[in-house]
Design a protein around this ligand. Structure first.
Ligand code: FPP
Length: 239
């Protein structure tokens, strides 16, 4: 599809928030909010692919989310597993490759295995990268990168002076991906919540009060229309 916008983000990142509130408003258990949230994931992936976005990062599970009640964590892991199971064929048909960022080694083995399988199967796809942030924390990512680079200095593979922003960003989980151009957060909270802290330096932010399960194609198009009007100066002056 040709894009209806004069400019679109190369990398769109989304903080999918408000599943719990969506369920609470309806007197339903939180987990039903999450399963409804999977529908919004599907629609966002599909629309992003149609519009021509190259990288879509979805904040699906934070490091802090491990502290939620075990029943909710288990249900989220089951939803992830089932999503990967059902969606693999769809990703293949749409030429989408799956990636993941975060400490994925903490995922239960069933979900991790499925994740690794789908990443491997879709690795040759070129149409779009769907990047899932799972057990992800921005500070942990930065600390881990610093440790990695320190080890390389100790092994004399690198000097401290060679560590510049480019080198540092290649030590992050997002190595090889462009920085996000637009970060969407649903449910009205005005914060980054430890998401892509290094990479978000010049990202445009779009916050909508819409709760994630209600974030449909029209809501995404609204966010993209808002982005189209942004004047991105990167600290410089306008033309
Ligand atoms: C935040 O809402 C959302 C999450 C912690 C989980 C997001 C997960 C999904 C959308 C479904 C699974 C993902 C994939 C990729 C299959 P919240 O629970 O913090 O909502 P609240 O702030 O209203 O309580």
């Amino acid at each position: 599809m040709t894009t209806p916008f004069s400019k679109i983000p190369t990398h769109l990142a989304v903080i999918m928030d408000g599943n719990g509130r969506w369920a609470k408003q309806r007197g339903l258990p939180r987990i039903l909010g999450h399963s409804q949230g999977v529908k919004a994931v599907r629609s966002t992936v599909q629309t992003s692919r149609e519009i021509g976005i190259q990288v879509l990062t979805l904040f699906a599970f934070s490091q802090e989310n491990w502290q939620r009640p075990a029943a909710e964590v288990n249900a989220l892991m089951d939803l992830l597993h089932d999503y990967l199971d059902k969606e693999c064929e769809e990703l293949m048909q749409n030429n989408i490759s799956l990636r993941a960022i975060g400490d994925t080694s903490r995922l239960p083995s069933k979900a991790l295995k499925r994740l690794q399988d789908v990443i491997a199967v879709t690795s040759g796809n070129q149409g779009m990268i769907l990047n899932l942030a799972l057990s992800y924390g921005g500070r942990a990512e930065i600390v881990r990168a610093a440790q990695h680079l320190a080890r390389r200095c100790l092994a004399q593979e690198l000097t401290p002076e060679q560590i510049d922003e480019q080198c540092f960003s290649q030590a992050l989980w997002t190595a090889g991906l462009p920085d996000p151009d637009l970060i969407i957060r649903t449910s009205g909270e005005m914060r980054l919540s430890n998401f892509l802290l290094f990479q978000a330096a010049y990202a445009e932010l779009y916050v909508t009060p819409v709760l994630w399960p209600d974030f449909d194609r029209d809501e995404l198009l609204k966010a993209l229309a808002d982005y189209e009007r942004r004047d991105r100066r990167f600290g410089r002056v306008s033309d």
